[in-house]
Every structure is written in C-alpha cells, then in structure tokens.
Design a protein around this ligand. Sequence first.
Ligand code: LR7
Ligand code: MN
Length: 591
Amino acid sequence: TALHHENARSASDLKVGEEHPTEGKQRLDHGQSEKTKGKIQAVKKEKEKEKIVVKREPIDQTPHLKRPKADPSAPGEGGKGVKLEPLTPEEKSLHAELLKNNSFNAWASSKISLHRSLPDLRHRLCKQKQYFRPLPQSSVIIIFYNEAWSTLLRTVHSVLEATPAELLREVILVDDCSTFAHLQTPLEEYLSDLPQVRLVRSPTRQGLIRARLLGALHARGEVLTFLDSHCECMHGWMEPQLETIARNHSTVPISVLDNILHDTFQYVFIELESIPMGGINFKDLTFAWETIPEHERKRRKSPVDPIRSPTMAGGIFSINKKYFEHLGAYDTGMEVWGGENIEMSFRIWQCGGTIEILPCSHVGHVFRQTSPYSTNDAWKKMVHNTKRMAEVWMDDYKEIYYRRHPEYRKYPIGDLTQRKLLRKALHCRDFSWYLKHVYPSLYVPDIRPMASGQVSHLTSSSACSLPISNDQTGLCLDVIKVGKEPAGVFACHGKGGTQFWELTHAHEVRDKRGEYCLQASWDRSDVITAKCTRTRGDVQPSEEQKWVVKDSGLLYHPQTDRCLDGTESGLSMTDCSTSGSQRWRIENFNP
Ligand code: LR7
Ligand code: MN
C-alpha cells in the first residue's frame, strides 16, 4: 500500500491542467471486468478502514484517435514483416533509392498501414495493472530530419492511437530543416487533419540535440516524452511512465526498445528475460547494451519492477518538464548527433536523479542498417559532443578515453563554463561515486596504467641492437579477433585498435576495451586472449593472466616461468633468454 499513499500525496501537487474531454460517470465502467471492479471495491474498503480518504478513479483509456479496423492479412499487420516479393525493374530502382535515402527499407514500410496494429505481448502483470488519476499529461516531442513519410506518420499515429487522450497534451513534431519534398507542404496538409498535433520548423539544421530543445520550448505538458521519428508505441506504453514520474519527479523512465527490423519492418518484441540495460563502452564512451547484473536482478521483487539503468540509448524517454529544465536540459554546444544521451545519463545520476527501464512500457524503433553518422565529418561532431561530456562529468576518468585516442586531445570543443557552473550549482557527485554506486558491474580501466599503447619489437632477423626510432617499423603484438584467434605479431601500424594494449596495476595485459586479457598456460605454447578473470577492481586476476615486465623488456609469465616470444612466424611462450625476439618495447611505460 506504500504506493497508494504515495499517489495520494502527490495528488495535491499535481495539476492535470484542464478538464478531461471524457469526464463523466460512464468512463468508470470502461473496460472493467466484474473482477477488477470487485478489487477496487476491496481496496476502497481497506482505505476506509485506515481512515485515509483516497479518491481513485481509473484512467480512461480512450485515445484521441481510434485505430481503424484493419484486414489482418494486410502487409505488416499485427507486427508481421513484409514479404519482399520479386520486384519489377521500376520497383527495384525505387527500392534502392529509398534504401539509400533512409538507411532502412522505406519501400517495405510504405506497404504497411500507418495504423498497423501490434499484438499486446506485455507480461500478464503489465496487462492486469490499473492506472489511476491523477496522472500528469505529456507532450510527445518527435524530432526529424529527412524522415520517410510512412515511418514518420506511423510514429505520429501510433502515439495518437495508443495513448489515452487524457494523458496526451499534444504531439510536437520538430522538423530539423529537412529537404525532402514530402516533408514540406504535403506534411502540413496531412497534419492539419490530426488532433493535438503541432509542427515546429527549425529555420536551420540544428542537430537533434537543439531540435529537441526547440520542441521542449513549445511544449505545454507537465511531462516531456521524446521519440525518434521511426517508432511504434505499444498499447500501455505511456501510463507506467507517467505513474513513475508522478511518484518521483526526478526519475527518468525509459521504455523497453523493441526492434522494428530495417528490412521487413517486422516488429520484434523484447521478452522480459532478455531486456538489456544501458551501459557504456569505455573505449570510445559510446552507448552499449548490457545484461542486467546480478545485484540488480536481486534488488527487484517482481519481474515487472523497474530496472535501474546506468545509461540510456537517448531517443525514447519521459521526463518531468520542470525537472528537465532544472537539470540543465541539454548542452546547447552539442552538434548533430551523438553523446548527448551519455551526458544526460551521467548528469541525471550524478545530480540525484534515477534512470529506470519500465518492463511494462514498450516502444518499437527502426534500427538503421547503416549509420548515416559514420562519415568522417559526422564522427568528428560525435567526438566533439563526447569530449564536452567527458570534460564536464568524468573528472580524471576522461584520461582513459584520451589515452585510447590521443589525437582527440587537441580537438577544439568550445566553451564549457556554463556546463561546469551547472554541475557546481546542482551539487552533483563525482564520477567515482557514479561508478561505485550506479555502475559497479563495469570494469574501469586504470586511470594511470603502468603502460599503454602498442607493444612492439624488431624481429630477430632485423638489426636487433638498434634502438627503435619509428613505431611503424617493428612487429607489434596484435590479435585478429579477441577471444577467438591466438594472439600474434603483425607489422606495427601505429593506429591503436587491436594493437593497443594496456598493462594494468594488477599485471594484466588488456585489450583496448579492457575486456580481454593476454593469457598463457602450461598446456599450450601459443598465447591467447580470453575474457579477463578480474572483472572488478577489487579482485585478483587468475595466474594465467599475470605478466611482469622486466627491465630488459621481457614480458615474463610467472605461472609458467616463461617469456613472450615473437618472430615473423608467430607468437609463442619460450624459456626466457636475452634474445631479441623476447625484447618488447611498451609505449608509455611508467612503472
Ligand atoms: O541532425 C539531425 N537532426 C535530427 O532531427 C540528426 C537526426 N535527427 C533526428 C532523426 O530524424 C531521428 O528522429 O534525431 C533522431 C535520432 O537520429 P537517428 O534515428 O538517425 O539515430 P539513432 O536511432 O542511432 O539515434 C540514437 O542515438 C542518438 C544519439 O545522439 C539519439 O540519442 C537518438 O535519440 C537515439 N535513438 C534511440 O535511442 C533509439 C534507440 C536506438 C539505440 C540504441
Ligand atoms: Mn533512431
């Protein structure tokens, strides 16, 4: 009953803002079985006993737009994929063009109704759950840049048709200065027939971060819900988000992201047991999906309880509007795409908020086939954003990033004064606090490792007595595929990647991600990379993964009492000697 008390308390300071169009007695009976009515009666009686007067009216499920009845055999209906039938030469070229412009099969999407229905695959407990008034209203903000017609409008329709009208203040579409013709007048004309939809146009291309801010500026709801422009919302997606925020305004709920396949547009529902959480990849500070760690599984009591997530993917979440502003909205110095989701995640947690994945809220998203942001120019913008994030929120831990990308150190990133002041004003915690309390399952590479960079030496056939003056001339410790192939030596390329190794204080030789370790054992003479056995800072690595660097440049393996030996024919473990093939030069070595 703690929850009910909470609801009752928040009721006084929550204002829905206007009269509900469907206010009246009738809605109380909407969609309720005799059983649920009985339950509500029982709860009421219990409350009366406790002498707490709680008025509990269920939310009216009626949406602004009713989903038209569809022929179940129509393409894509019920979340099915579209059959990619043999195409005529004309269709083929159209298909190719659409694929090129969208990085997904917009041709398949165009075959599917803008109102397609999805099966309600949520867990039994989600379907049973009832939501009560008052809940705040949300403004749904959909930003887009050159989005396909069908995906954009299916997103809009799914919001209007899957959200109870009384919870949806408006849908705000923000056009980030698209050039596609269908997004000009035709879009305006189409939208003018839809209820509660507004279109805001940015006069210049702002990038998704500032486009979202523009949307937020126009929003009148108490809550903001952000969506990408190629989503489908599943029945019941909004209610748990609003309830979460009503209970605690500093919780940022995110939906489970189902996968709409980019080729057939099949809707793939993520089952309860495979819901991932958001993490980070320390290598380049990008978002990564991760399995939910043991401690978080244990903390939760019901399978549908929220999952605390260290980060969010970025596109699909709700947030109390006042809290969003209080927390510093977004960094307006960020460009185009990328990094803002990690920045916001760290900021939320470090400044006292919480990110929760709600297993009962599902939204589908089209994950593109290829990223339009992997061009050189777009990647630079992403690095720009990531650097701004790291400089403000990560303290000394940003060194881990720079060590892996020394060339990024000199990228200019503009002025950070405002963001640093924000961190001070909100009395936010250190990054070390975040790592320890929010993300204890993450292996954090050493801020100051014993050595890092390439591990190189001259071959024994070359003049081994010469000092190595140029990194590009030797052979370097390398591995074609971590965890799969034995490690070997290849010509040094000086570009890091699989030739980047880090010698940790625990005497491991780790790969760039910090996930795989160089490993030798008695039973074999080659050397492999295996998952590091030391998964957290406070445990010891297994003996097979321990290495000691000797002054003479030997990489000594104490367990087997042998040394790493590399020649053009490969890498092996041999008895230690002073031969050139055992002499290694490790970059940035500071014992
Ligand atoms: O210049 C731009 N202006 C825009 O308005 C570039 C993009 N956009 C729009 C675009 O039309 C789309 O609606 O911004 C949205 C996101 O861009 P996508 O869909 O091309 O990229 P994405 O799906 O990879 O985006 C993910 O990462 C971004 C990092 O900046 C944002 O945080 C996106 O919101 C995020 N999307 C999701 O979280 C959905 C799940 C994807 C995953 C993982
Ligand atoms: Mn997207």
